[in-house]
Design a protein around this ligand. Structure first.
Ligand code: HEM
Ligand SMILES: CC(C)=CCC/C(C)=C/CC/C(C)=C/COP(=O)(O)OP(=O)(O)O
Length: 306
């Protein structure tokens, strides 16, 4: 982190500033995917243990968000989308965010280990490390492949949920990982197409900045096409089924269509309608992931009542 443009504190930080450090909106999808990973697993935890485990996975994810905001405060201060975050806004001091993030990281890993098992705790620790050190500190500022590799961090939560319940990793857990891993690039690049100015100003080497939007549009369709077989494959495992397969086929058709529309547009067309299609595809990407995991949940309930 460098010491650019971070205002000195204007007031005592409030609880809501610390909640913001946890990146709660992104956390919501992390918690949901972890919960589904836990519920669809073949072994089940007692309800109180399951609730405790999800709470600590959520806190671990939040802790990594706080550490990311501590490290990226200089970038966040420059970007319009992030300038009002607690550190650049001067509401929380960098040292406070660092202490908060470290304390929560240690506590969440220890507590998950005590509540469930060592492998789940180890995976949570590795995920926090991957997001903070590998993605934020290393890749984000050094390569346009940052989000492709770094996206692995966001792909671990369902596997952590699964391992918390079963104590081991399996093909289904890897496929849930692969689904999020392949989904992350089109999810992020759709957004980068209309947020490019922010990354350009902050000199973050996102693909849109280093290779331009035309190349990014091509990358979106390529990764979306790779996502299709990966997402459908889950439907043929013991946690899949017809409901999942039909849902996945429809969602994939929608995502591929969106990616094709993005590919066929140039910058002039996108600017003319204020990136309407790119914005829709970004929103659709969130629904895509949510509904895939939702369909897994439906399959689990059908099995439970069969
Ligand atoms: C390295 C990988 C990723 C990058 C670079 C990325 C980037 C972003 C960015 C920049 C936003 C806009 C946030 C805002 O408006 O403040 C966003 C939104 C979002 N992302 Fe991602 N994302 C990544 C992976 C993920 C993963 C793995 C998940 C969950 C499984 C996720 C869930 C979400 C959600 C739920 C939102 C919407 C939040 C809102 O309502 O504003 N993202 N993402
Ligand atoms: C269990 C656990 C530890 C999970 C956490 C992993 C996680 C949610 C990773 C998601 C990656 C993510 C939201 C990147 C945002 O990029 P960015 O940080 O560059 O975005 P920004 O510009 O909004 O800060």
């Amino acid at each position: 982190m460098t010491d650019t443009q971070i205002e000195s504190p204007v007031s005592e930080p409030g609880a809501s500033d610390f909640v913001q450090l946890l990146k709660p909106r992104v956390m919501s999808l992390v918690v949901f995917t972890a919960l589904v990973g836990m519920i669809v697993a073949p072994a089940h935890l007692p309800p109180v243990t399951a609730f405790t485990a999800i709470l600590f996975i959520a806190l671990g994810a939040g802790a990594s968000g706080a550490l990311n905001m501590w490290w990226d405060a200089d970038i966040d201060a420059v970007m319009k989308r992030t300038a009002r975050r607690p550190i650049p806004a001067g509401k929380v001091q960098p040292g406070e965010a660092l202490g908060f993030g470290l304390a929560l990281s240690v506590a969440s890993v220890l507590m998950l280990g005590l509540a469930t098992n060592l492998l789940a705790a180890g995976l949570l620790a590795f995920t926090i490390f991957f997001y903070v050190v590998v993605y934020s500190m290393w890749l984000k500022r050094s390569t346009p492949q940052n989000i492709v590799i770094g996206g692995a961090a966001g792909a671990f939560p369902p596997m952590i949920g699964w391992v918390a319940a079963t104590g081991s990793v399996s093909v289904e857990a890897w496929l849930m990982f692969a689904l999020i891993f392949m989904w992350t690039p089109p999810h992020f690049w759709a957004l980068a197409l209309f947020m490019n100015a922010d990354y350009d100003a902050a000199r973050v080497p996102m693909l849109t900045v280093t290779h331009g939007k035309k190349v990014t549009r091509r990358h979106i369709i390529a990764y979306t096409l790779l996502l299709v077989p990966v997402s459908l494959a889950l439907g043929f495992t013991p946690i899949g089924g017809m409901v999942y397969l039909v849902t996945s086929a429809l969602l994939n058709a929608g995502f591929v269509l969106g990616a094709v529309m993005i590919l066929r547009r140039d910058e002039e067309m996108a600017q003319a309608d204020k990136y309407k299609v790119e914005k829709k595809v970004f929103t659709f990407s969130l629904a895509y992931l949510f509904l895939h995991f939702g369909a897994l949940l439906v399959e689990a309930s059908l099995r439970a009542f069969a």
